[in-house]
Design a binder for this molecule. Structure first.
Ligand code: KG4
Ligand code: ZN
Length: 337
């Protein structure tokens, strides 16, 4: 049987992306980022994101088809992120996907963004097989997911407040660093020392995490220094915050690994690009005999290739395609939850 050609679409936040996957071959993965547009506002402005998705979506889809060397009529299935994310932004992708699937007469698959971040690991490592643990770390989500099958996810624990990426972005803003803050903190932290003790709530019960306390501790540290007229070493603040934020997640992941006995661990989501998170997970994982892997940068942050990867598994288990009533959903749990 010939490989199914899947066209994937992703517009959940500030990246407009389309990709083409044929079986195991990723034929294209076009990402048009709005980061520069939102930078001057210090974060993503939902209305502006939607308007920019609207102008970008068709050219990005055309570019993805062109780069894959295929025509629209070659597409066998359309897959789109329907949640979680910004509703107005998601709706642009969902509407385009519906129109395409309908006009081409092919099935439409509604993809959960968090599951897709995890599925990006199958693109990076075709040998990867469940069971494994996924450390999900993005701007909107943070948690530990147990993956027992290509379509079987169990959320073991999650953040009870801010996501780790959100904490990176908010701390960066408090330090007057440009948006998105994660890569800036990652970069600046390399020049600093992690000597400052930011007290954070380390709550391991049920593998749950909390990032809001840590973020507030950093913000308070900045305010106190300002009130006292003291200068702050931003690189040290970055290094100290990053170490604490990363350790919280790594500790929780290691507890999950010990308790479940699962020996394989992957990283998923934009914060998976963080150099300290990668190295600390590998270091601590090695002590437990865990094999740790993560996708390349381009597959960590939002992209449509991961939407295709997730849809490929949904199709393989004969998941029911979505119909034209498909709507965007701002909050979405992992399906096995
Ligand atoms: O997965 P993603 O692209 O979007 C969501 O689904 O949320 O993640 C974006 C998040 C942002 O918070 C960004 O600051 C963070 O990923 N990020 C990083 C790094 N690169 C991106 N955080 C820490 N270190 C990085 N190197
Ligand atoms: Zn994401």
């Amino acid at each position: 049987m010939q490989d199914k050609i899947i066209l994937g679409i992703e517009t959940s936040c500030d990246e407009t992306s389309a990709a083409v996957l044929a079986g195991d071959r990723l034929l294209s993965n076009i990402i048009s980022s709005q980061i520069e547009i939102h930078r001057r506002f210090g974060g993503v402005v939902p209305e502006i994101a939607s308007r920019n998705h609207l102008t970008a979506i068709l050219p990005v889809i055309d570019e993805a088809l062109g780069a894959a060397g295929i025509h629209r009529s070659d597409v066998n299935a359309v897959a789109v992120t329907y949640g979680a994310g910004l509703v107005g932004a998601l709706l642009i992708g969902v509407s385009a996907a519906k129109a395409l699937a309908y006009s081409l007469g092919v099935p439409l698959y509604a993809v959960n963004h968090i599951e897709a971040h995890i599925a990006a690991n199958y693109l990076a490592d075709p040998e990867l097989k469940p069971p494994f643990l996924a450390v999900v770390a993005s701007g909107g989500h943070t948690g530990i997911v147990r993956v027992d099958g290509r379509n079987k996810f169990t959320l073991l624990g999650t953040t009870t407040d801010d996501a780790i990426g959100e904490a990176f972005d908010k701390v960066a803003r408090a330090l007057d660093l440009p948006y998105p803050g994660g890569p800036e903190i990652d970069r600046l932290a390399r020049e600093g020392s992690d000597r400052i003790e930011f007290v954070a709530k380390k709550k391991h019960k049920d593998y749950n995490l909390s990032y809001s306390g840590l973020k507030t501790a950093v913000v308070n540290y900045m305010h106190t220094a300002e009130q006292r007229g003291e200068s702050v070493n931003k690189a040290d603040v970055c290094a100290s915050f990053q170490r604490t934020a990363v350790d919280m997640l790594v500790d929780t992941a290691m507890i999950a690994a010990k308790k479940t006995g699962v020996k394989r661990l992957v990283l998923a989501g934009g914060v998976a690009a963080n150099s300290l998170l990668r190295s600390r997970l590998e270091e601590e994982g090695a002590k437990l005999g865990l094999r740790v892997s993560y996708p390349p940068m381009k597959l960590c942050t939002d992209n449509a290739a991961m939407i295709c990867a997730r849809a490929r598994d949904m199709i393989a288990e004969n998941a029911k395609p979505a119909d034209l009533s498909l709507n965007a959903v701002s909050y979405l749990k992992i399906s096995g939850d």
